[in-house]
Design a protein around this ligand. Structure first.
Ligand code: GLC
Length: 426
Protein backbone atom coordinates (compact mmCIF):
# COMPACT_ATOMS: atom_id res chain seq x y z
CA UNK A 1 0.00 0.00 0.00
CA UNK A 2 1.22 3.46 -0.89
CA UNK A 3 0.70 6.23 1.64
CA UNK A 4 -0.13 9.71 0.43
CA UNK A 5 0.41 12.59 2.77
CA UNK A 6 -0.84 16.05 1.88
CA UNK A 7 2.24 18.21 1.29
CA UNK A 8 1.50 20.48 4.22
CA UNK A 9 1.87 17.60 6.70
CA UNK A 10 5.23 16.42 5.41
CA UNK A 11 7.20 19.06 7.29
CA UNK A 12 5.58 18.02 10.54
CA UNK A 13 6.77 14.44 9.99
CA UNK A 14 10.25 15.21 8.80
CA UNK A 15 11.30 18.02 11.08
CA UNK A 16 11.47 16.09 14.38
CA UNK A 17 13.32 13.25 12.68
CA UNK A 18 15.95 15.59 11.24
CA UNK A 19 16.36 17.36 14.56
CA UNK A 20 16.67 14.09 16.45
CA UNK A 21 19.28 12.68 14.08
CA UNK A 22 21.31 15.85 14.36
CA UNK A 23 21.17 15.90 18.13
CA UNK A 24 22.21 12.43 19.09
CA UNK A 25 23.23 9.14 17.51
CA UNK A 26 20.33 6.76 17.82
CA UNK A 27 20.82 3.55 19.80
CA UNK A 28 20.76 0.63 17.39
CA UNK A 29 20.49 -3.07 17.81
CA UNK A 30 23.34 -5.16 16.41
CA UNK A 31 22.96 -8.90 16.08
CA UNK A 32 25.96 -11.15 16.37
CA UNK A 33 26.00 -14.84 15.63
CA UNK A 34 28.35 -16.74 17.93
CA UNK A 35 29.51 -20.29 18.45
CA UNK A 36 28.29 -22.23 21.47
CA UNK A 37 30.90 -24.95 22.03
CA UNK A 38 31.99 -25.12 25.68
CA UNK A 39 32.01 -21.63 27.22
CA UNK A 40 31.96 -19.80 23.90
CA UNK A 41 28.45 -18.44 24.02
CA UNK A 42 28.78 -17.03 27.52
CA UNK A 43 32.08 -15.35 26.63
CA UNK A 44 30.63 -13.92 23.43
CA UNK A 45 27.62 -12.53 25.28
CA UNK A 46 29.80 -10.92 27.95
CA UNK A 47 32.02 -9.32 25.32
CA UNK A 48 29.09 -8.05 23.26
CA UNK A 49 27.36 -6.70 26.37
CA UNK A 50 30.50 -4.81 27.37
CA UNK A 51 30.48 -3.12 23.95
CA UNK A 52 26.77 -2.37 24.26
CA UNK A 53 27.12 -0.62 27.59
CA UNK A 54 30.18 1.27 26.39
CA UNK A 55 28.50 2.59 23.24
CA UNK A 56 24.86 2.79 24.36
CA UNK A 57 23.72 0.36 21.68
CA UNK A 58 21.98 -2.95 22.09
CA UNK A 59 23.25 -6.37 21.10
CA UNK A 60 21.40 -9.55 20.39
CA UNK A 61 23.42 -12.76 20.39
CA UNK A 62 22.21 -15.72 18.38
CA UNK A 63 23.65 -19.17 19.02
CA UNK A 64 24.43 -21.47 16.11
CA UNK A 65 24.91 -25.25 15.77
CA UNK A 66 28.12 -26.68 17.27
CA UNK A 67 29.06 -28.52 14.10
CA UNK A 68 31.03 -26.30 11.78
CA UNK A 69 29.51 -28.11 8.80
CA UNK A 70 25.95 -27.39 9.96
CA UNK A 71 26.81 -23.82 10.85
CA UNK A 72 28.13 -23.17 7.37
CA UNK A 73 24.93 -24.50 5.80
CA UNK A 74 22.88 -22.16 7.98
CA UNK A 75 25.07 -19.13 7.22
CA UNK A 76 24.97 -19.84 3.49
CA UNK A 77 21.20 -19.95 3.64
CA UNK A 78 20.96 -16.64 5.49
CA UNK A 79 23.53 -14.91 3.33
CA UNK A 80 22.11 -16.18 0.05
CA UNK A 81 18.79 -14.68 1.12
CA UNK A 82 20.51 -11.36 1.89
CA UNK A 83 19.25 -11.61 5.48
CA UNK A 84 19.52 -8.26 7.22
CA UNK A 85 18.89 -9.53 10.72
CA UNK A 86 22.41 -10.76 11.41
CA UNK A 87 25.11 -8.07 11.30
CA UNK A 88 28.16 -9.93 12.59
CA UNK A 89 29.04 -13.54 11.79
CA UNK A 90 31.55 -15.67 13.66
CA UNK A 91 33.22 -17.56 10.83
CA UNK A 92 35.58 -20.55 10.69
CA UNK A 93 39.17 -20.17 9.49
CA UNK A 94 38.27 -22.18 6.36
CA UNK A 95 35.40 -19.91 5.23
CA UNK A 96 36.80 -16.49 4.20
CA UNK A 97 37.07 -17.62 0.57
CA UNK A 98 33.64 -19.24 0.56
CA UNK A 99 31.82 -16.28 2.10
CA UNK A 100 33.89 -13.27 0.93
CA UNK A 101 31.24 -12.01 -1.50
CA UNK A 102 28.78 -11.56 1.34
CA UNK A 103 31.18 -9.73 3.68
CA UNK A 104 32.44 -6.16 3.83
CA UNK A 105 36.08 -5.06 3.77
CA UNK A 106 37.07 -4.28 7.36
CA UNK A 107 40.23 -2.37 6.47
CA UNK A 108 38.58 1.06 6.59
CA UNK A 109 37.57 0.31 10.19
CA UNK A 110 40.55 -1.64 11.51
CA UNK A 111 43.08 1.23 11.42
CA UNK A 112 45.88 -1.32 11.08
CA UNK A 113 44.79 -3.38 14.12
CA UNK A 114 45.29 -6.53 12.04
CA UNK A 115 49.08 -6.02 12.17
CA UNK A 116 49.13 -7.21 15.80
CA UNK A 117 47.61 -10.61 14.87
CA UNK A 118 49.35 -13.71 13.46
CA UNK A 119 50.16 -12.75 9.89
CA UNK A 120 49.21 -16.17 8.53
CA UNK A 121 45.66 -15.74 9.87
CA UNK A 122 45.33 -12.20 8.54
CA UNK A 123 46.53 -13.43 5.13
CA UNK A 124 44.01 -16.23 5.34
CA UNK A 125 41.26 -13.68 6.05
CA UNK A 126 42.27 -11.47 3.14
CA UNK A 127 40.49 -12.33 -0.09
CA UNK A 128 41.33 -10.39 -3.27
CA UNK A 129 42.81 -7.62 -1.15
CA UNK A 130 39.72 -7.38 1.09
CA UNK A 131 40.10 -8.02 4.84
CA UNK A 132 36.84 -9.93 5.22
CA UNK A 133 37.24 -10.95 8.87
CA UNK A 134 39.17 -10.09 12.03
CA UNK A 135 40.74 -13.01 13.93
CA UNK A 136 38.96 -13.82 17.21
CA UNK A 137 40.78 -16.91 18.49
CA UNK A 138 42.98 -19.61 17.06
CA UNK A 139 42.78 -23.37 17.56
CA UNK A 140 45.32 -26.18 17.28
CA UNK A 141 44.67 -29.88 17.79
CA UNK A 142 46.14 -31.18 21.09
CA UNK A 143 46.60 -34.45 22.95
CA UNK A 144 45.05 -34.51 26.43
CA UNK A 145 46.13 -37.34 28.72
CA UNK A 146 45.46 -38.64 32.21
CA UNK A 147 48.61 -37.93 34.22
CA UNK A 148 47.46 -40.12 37.09
CA UNK A 149 46.84 -43.17 34.88
CA UNK A 150 50.18 -42.90 33.10
CA UNK A 151 51.89 -42.67 36.49
CA UNK A 152 49.94 -45.56 37.96
CA UNK A 153 50.96 -47.81 35.08
CA UNK A 154 54.50 -46.47 34.79
CA UNK A 155 54.10 -45.36 31.16
CA UNK A 156 55.36 -42.26 29.36
CA UNK A 157 53.44 -39.68 27.34
CA UNK A 158 53.45 -41.03 23.76
CA UNK A 159 55.21 -39.08 21.02
CA UNK A 160 54.22 -41.29 18.07
CA UNK A 161 50.86 -42.74 17.05
CA UNK A 162 52.31 -46.25 17.45
CA UNK A 163 53.24 -45.46 21.07
CA UNK A 164 49.83 -43.95 21.69
CA UNK A 165 48.19 -47.11 20.35
CA UNK A 166 50.26 -49.35 22.63
CA UNK A 167 49.99 -47.21 25.75
CA UNK A 168 46.25 -46.71 25.33
CA UNK A 169 45.71 -50.47 24.89
CA UNK A 170 47.88 -51.35 27.89
CA UNK A 171 46.21 -48.93 30.30
CA UNK A 172 42.73 -49.74 29.02
CA UNK A 173 43.34 -53.47 29.60
CA UNK A 174 44.88 -52.98 33.05
CA UNK A 175 42.12 -50.61 34.20
CA UNK A 176 39.39 -52.92 32.97
CA UNK A 177 41.03 -55.88 34.69
CA UNK A 178 40.93 -53.82 37.89
CA UNK A 179 37.18 -53.37 37.52
CA UNK A 180 37.15 -50.04 35.69
CA UNK A 181 35.15 -51.57 32.88
CA UNK A 182 34.10 -48.33 31.18
CA UNK A 183 37.68 -47.27 30.44
CA UNK A 184 38.73 -46.57 26.84
CA UNK A 185 42.17 -45.76 25.49
CA UNK A 186 41.53 -42.91 23.06
CA UNK A 187 38.64 -40.63 22.08
CA UNK A 188 38.59 -38.14 19.21
CA UNK A 189 36.20 -36.73 16.59
CA UNK A 190 35.10 -39.12 13.86
CA UNK A 191 31.55 -38.15 13.01
CA UNK A 192 31.21 -37.16 9.33
CA UNK A 193 31.74 -33.41 9.62
CA UNK A 194 34.49 -30.80 9.50
CA UNK A 195 36.06 -32.06 12.74
CA UNK A 196 36.81 -35.44 11.14
CA UNK A 197 38.56 -33.65 8.28
CA UNK A 198 40.79 -31.99 10.93
CA UNK A 199 41.59 -35.29 12.69
CA UNK A 200 42.29 -37.04 9.37
CA UNK A 201 44.52 -34.20 8.20
CA UNK A 202 46.56 -34.55 11.42
CA UNK A 203 47.01 -38.31 10.97
CA UNK A 204 47.87 -38.07 7.30
CA UNK A 205 50.15 -35.01 7.54
CA UNK A 206 52.04 -36.43 10.52
CA UNK A 207 52.79 -39.61 8.56
CA UNK A 208 54.18 -37.40 5.80
CA UNK A 209 51.15 -37.98 3.57
CA UNK A 210 50.38 -34.31 2.80
CA UNK A 211 47.08 -32.49 3.12
CA UNK A 212 44.78 -34.14 0.52
CA UNK A 213 45.30 -31.25 -1.92
CA UNK A 214 48.73 -29.61 -2.04
CA UNK A 215 49.58 -25.89 -2.17
CA UNK A 216 49.59 -25.97 -5.97
CA UNK A 217 46.08 -27.42 -6.04
CA UNK A 218 47.25 -30.90 -7.05
CA UNK A 219 45.37 -33.85 -5.57
CA UNK A 220 47.73 -35.56 -3.11
CA UNK A 221 45.94 -38.86 -2.36
CA UNK A 222 46.23 -41.80 -2.54
CA UNK A 223 49.82 -42.19 -1.31
CA UNK A 224 51.50 -44.83 0.88
CA UNK A 225 51.94 -42.52 3.89
CA UNK A 226 48.29 -41.47 3.89
CA UNK A 227 47.41 -45.16 3.69
CA UNK A 228 49.56 -45.98 6.71
CA UNK A 229 47.87 -43.16 8.64
CA UNK A 230 44.38 -44.30 7.76
CA UNK A 231 45.14 -47.95 8.51
CA UNK A 232 46.46 -46.97 11.93
CA UNK A 233 43.35 -44.92 12.73
CA UNK A 234 40.98 -47.61 11.42
CA UNK A 235 42.69 -50.07 13.78
CA UNK A 236 41.61 -47.99 16.79
CA UNK A 237 37.86 -48.36 16.28
CA UNK A 238 36.40 -50.90 18.68
CA UNK A 239 39.85 -51.64 20.14
CA UNK A 240 41.17 -48.55 21.95
CA UNK A 241 38.30 -46.27 20.88
CA UNK A 242 34.61 -46.97 21.39
CA UNK A 243 32.60 -47.49 18.18
CA UNK A 244 30.70 -44.42 19.33
CA UNK A 245 33.57 -42.14 18.21
CA UNK A 246 32.16 -42.57 14.72
CA UNK A 247 29.46 -40.22 15.95
CA UNK A 248 31.54 -37.95 18.19
CA UNK A 249 32.20 -34.27 17.68
CA UNK A 250 34.29 -32.18 20.13
CA UNK A 251 31.79 -32.13 22.99
CA UNK A 252 31.02 -35.87 22.92
CA UNK A 253 34.72 -36.68 23.13
CA UNK A 254 35.12 -34.23 26.00
CA UNK A 255 32.10 -35.72 27.78
CA UNK A 256 33.68 -39.19 27.86
CA UNK A 257 37.15 -37.96 28.81
CA UNK A 258 35.86 -35.58 31.45
CA UNK A 259 33.77 -38.37 33.00
CA UNK A 260 37.07 -40.19 33.54
CA UNK A 261 36.42 -42.86 30.91
CA UNK A 262 39.37 -42.38 28.55
CA UNK A 263 43.15 -42.28 28.88
CA UNK A 264 43.76 -39.96 25.90
CA UNK A 265 41.70 -37.41 23.99
CA UNK A 266 42.31 -35.29 20.91
CA UNK A 267 40.66 -31.89 21.24
CA UNK A 268 41.15 -28.12 20.85
CA UNK A 269 42.45 -25.79 23.61
CA UNK A 270 38.95 -24.88 24.88
CA UNK A 271 38.70 -28.26 26.65
CA UNK A 272 41.50 -27.43 29.12
CA UNK A 273 39.58 -24.97 31.30
CA UNK A 274 36.46 -27.14 31.38
CA UNK A 275 38.43 -30.28 32.28
CA UNK A 276 39.84 -28.37 35.23
CA UNK A 277 36.62 -26.70 36.34
CA UNK A 278 35.49 -27.10 39.94
CA UNK A 279 32.98 -29.87 39.24
CA UNK A 280 35.12 -31.84 36.78
CA UNK A 281 35.87 -35.44 37.87
CA UNK A 282 39.31 -35.21 36.20
CA UNK A 283 40.28 -31.81 37.61
CA UNK A 284 44.04 -31.68 38.23
CA UNK A 285 44.60 -35.12 36.68
CA UNK A 286 45.08 -34.01 33.09
CA UNK A 287 48.13 -33.11 31.04
CA UNK A 288 48.22 -31.62 27.55
CA UNK A 289 50.90 -31.92 24.84
CA UNK A 290 51.36 -31.79 21.09
CA UNK A 291 49.69 -34.60 19.16
CA UNK A 292 51.85 -37.63 18.37
CA UNK A 293 53.89 -37.73 15.18
CA UNK A 294 54.20 -40.53 12.63
CA UNK A 295 57.70 -41.60 13.62
CA UNK A 296 61.27 -40.48 14.31
CA UNK A 297 61.50 -38.09 11.35
CA UNK A 298 57.75 -37.51 11.02
CA UNK A 299 56.84 -34.79 13.51
CA UNK A 300 53.49 -34.00 15.04
CA UNK A 301 51.15 -31.94 12.84
CA UNK A 302 48.22 -30.09 14.40
CA UNK A 303 45.38 -28.84 12.28
CA UNK A 304 45.03 -25.08 12.29
CA UNK A 305 41.55 -24.07 13.40
CA UNK A 306 39.99 -20.96 14.77
CA UNK A 307 37.29 -18.35 14.42
CA UNK A 308 36.97 -14.83 13.06
CA UNK A 309 34.37 -12.08 13.14
CA UNK A 310 32.99 -10.68 9.90
CA UNK A 311 30.38 -8.06 8.98
CA UNK A 312 27.60 -8.96 6.59
CA UNK A 313 27.22 -6.91 3.41
CA UNK A 314 23.50 -6.89 4.12
CA UNK A 315 23.85 -5.29 7.56
CA UNK A 316 21.91 -2.05 7.93
CA UNK A 317 24.57 -0.78 10.35
CA UNK A 318 27.94 -1.78 8.94
CA UNK A 319 29.87 0.90 10.83
CA UNK A 320 28.51 -0.08 14.21
CA UNK A 321 28.88 -3.75 13.38
CA UNK A 322 32.53 -3.19 12.44
CA UNK A 323 33.04 -1.28 15.68
CA UNK A 324 31.68 -4.27 17.62
CA UNK A 325 34.05 -6.57 15.72
CA UNK A 326 37.06 -4.38 16.54
CA UNK A 327 36.02 -4.33 20.18
CA UNK A 328 35.53 -8.08 20.45
CA UNK A 329 38.89 -8.79 18.80
CA UNK A 330 40.76 -6.16 20.85
CA UNK A 331 43.66 -7.11 23.12
CA UNK A 332 41.53 -6.52 26.20
CA UNK A 333 38.75 -8.87 25.07
CA UNK A 334 41.11 -11.56 23.76
CA UNK A 335 42.88 -11.47 27.09
CA UNK A 336 39.64 -11.98 28.99
CA UNK A 337 38.69 -14.85 26.68
CA UNK A 338 42.12 -16.45 27.25
CA UNK A 339 42.05 -16.15 31.03
CA UNK A 340 38.43 -17.13 31.57
CA UNK A 341 38.01 -19.73 28.85
CA UNK A 342 41.48 -20.78 27.70
CA UNK A 343 40.82 -19.56 24.14
CA UNK A 344 44.05 -18.90 22.30
CA UNK A 345 44.62 -15.27 21.33
CA UNK A 346 45.40 -14.37 17.74
CA UNK A 347 47.47 -11.40 18.95
CA UNK A 348 51.06 -12.51 19.34
CA UNK A 349 51.94 -10.16 22.21
CA UNK A 350 49.35 -11.80 24.44
CA UNK A 351 51.40 -15.02 24.50
CA UNK A 352 53.82 -13.11 26.72
CA UNK A 353 51.21 -11.26 28.76
CA UNK A 354 52.10 -11.97 32.43
CA UNK A 355 48.46 -12.34 33.53
CA UNK A 356 47.73 -14.88 30.80
CA UNK A 357 50.96 -16.76 31.44
CA UNK A 358 50.07 -16.98 35.14
CA UNK A 359 46.41 -17.95 34.71
CA UNK A 360 46.74 -20.26 31.67
CA UNK A 361 50.39 -21.34 31.37
CA UNK A 362 49.49 -23.87 28.67
CA UNK A 363 48.51 -21.04 26.31
CA UNK A 364 51.96 -19.47 26.45
CA UNK A 365 53.42 -22.78 25.28
CA UNK A 366 51.21 -22.88 22.23
CA UNK A 367 52.61 -19.94 20.26
CA UNK A 368 54.95 -22.18 18.26
CA UNK A 369 52.25 -24.80 17.68
CA UNK A 370 50.11 -22.08 16.10
CA UNK A 371 52.92 -21.07 13.76
CA UNK A 372 53.64 -24.66 12.70
CA UNK A 373 50.04 -25.89 12.46
CA UNK A 374 48.92 -27.35 9.16
CA UNK A 375 46.15 -25.58 7.27
CA UNK A 376 43.31 -27.38 5.58
CA UNK A 377 43.40 -26.86 1.80
CA UNK A 378 40.72 -24.15 1.90
CA UNK A 379 42.65 -21.34 0.23
CA UNK A 380 43.75 -23.32 -2.75
CA UNK A 381 40.41 -25.06 -3.38
CA UNK A 382 38.51 -21.76 -2.98
CA UNK A 383 34.72 -22.00 -3.36
CA UNK A 384 34.96 -25.79 -3.62
CA UNK A 385 36.58 -26.33 -0.21
CA UNK A 386 33.40 -27.46 1.49
CA UNK A 387 32.87 -30.18 -1.12
CA UNK A 388 36.50 -31.24 -0.67
CA UNK A 389 36.05 -31.48 3.08
CA UNK A 390 32.80 -33.43 2.80
CA UNK A 391 34.52 -35.88 0.44
CA UNK A 392 37.46 -36.29 2.87
CA UNK A 393 35.18 -36.82 5.87
CA UNK A 394 32.93 -39.28 4.01
CA UNK A 395 35.72 -41.46 2.71
CA UNK A 396 37.66 -41.44 5.99
CA UNK A 397 34.47 -42.33 7.85
CA UNK A 398 33.88 -45.23 5.44
CA UNK A 399 37.37 -46.56 6.20
CA UNK A 400 37.01 -46.14 9.97
CA UNK A 401 33.62 -47.82 10.11
CA UNK A 402 34.73 -50.71 7.89
CA UNK A 403 32.35 -49.83 5.04
CA UNK A 404 35.42 -49.79 2.82
CA UNK A 405 39.08 -50.66 3.24
CA UNK A 406 41.52 -47.77 3.77
CA UNK A 407 42.95 -48.50 0.26
CA UNK A 408 39.56 -48.25 -1.41
CA UNK A 409 38.62 -45.18 0.59
CA UNK A 410 41.74 -43.25 -0.45
CA UNK A 411 41.43 -44.36 -4.07
CA UNK A 412 37.83 -43.22 -4.25
CA UNK A 413 38.70 -39.95 -2.53
CA UNK A 414 41.57 -39.27 -4.94
CA UNK A 415 39.30 -39.89 -7.95
CA UNK A 416 36.58 -37.67 -6.52
CA UNK A 417 38.97 -34.80 -5.78
CA UNK A 418 40.44 -35.10 -9.29
CA UNK A 419 36.97 -34.87 -10.77
CA UNK A 420 36.24 -31.74 -8.72
CA UNK A 421 39.48 -30.07 -9.75
CA UNK A 422 39.22 -30.94 -13.43
CA UNK A 423 38.38 -27.41 -14.51
CA UNK A 424 40.59 -25.78 -11.87
CA UNK A 425 39.61 -24.91 -8.30
CA UNK A 426 37.25 -21.98 -8.27
C1 GLC B 1 37.12 -25.95 15.81
C2 GLC B 1 38.08 -25.19 14.91
C3 GLC B 1 37.53 -25.04 13.53
C4 GLC B 1 37.15 -26.39 12.97
C5 GLC B 1 36.19 -27.10 13.89
C6 GLC B 1 35.92 -28.51 13.42
O1 GLC B 1 36.00 -25.19 16.07
O2 GLC B 1 38.36 -23.94 15.44
O3 GLC B 1 38.46 -24.39 12.70
O4 GLC B 1 36.64 -26.29 11.68
O5 GLC B 1 36.70 -27.15 15.20
O6 GLC B 1 35.04 -29.18 14.24
Amino acid sequence: MKLHFPRRYLGAFLLPAVLFAGMTAQAEQITVSCGAVGMELRLCEASAEAWASKTGNEVRVVATPNSSTERLALYQQWLAAGAQDVDVYQIDVIWPGLLANHLIDLRPYSKGAEDAHFKSIVDNNTVDGKLVAMPLYVDVGLLYYRKDLLERHGLAVPTTWAELTQTAAAIQAAERAAGNDKMWGYVFQAKTYEGLTCNALEWVASYGGGSFVDDQGRVAVPNPNALQALQTAAGWIGTIAPKGVLNYAEEQARGVFQAGQAVFMRNWPYAWTLLNSADSPVRGKVGVVALPGGGADQPSRSALGGWQLAVSRYSRHPELAADLVMFMTSAEQQKRRAIEGGYNPTRRALYRDPDIVRAQPFIARLEDSVSSAVARPSRVTKGQYNRVSVAVANSVHAALSGRSTPEEALKTLGAELKRMSRRGWR
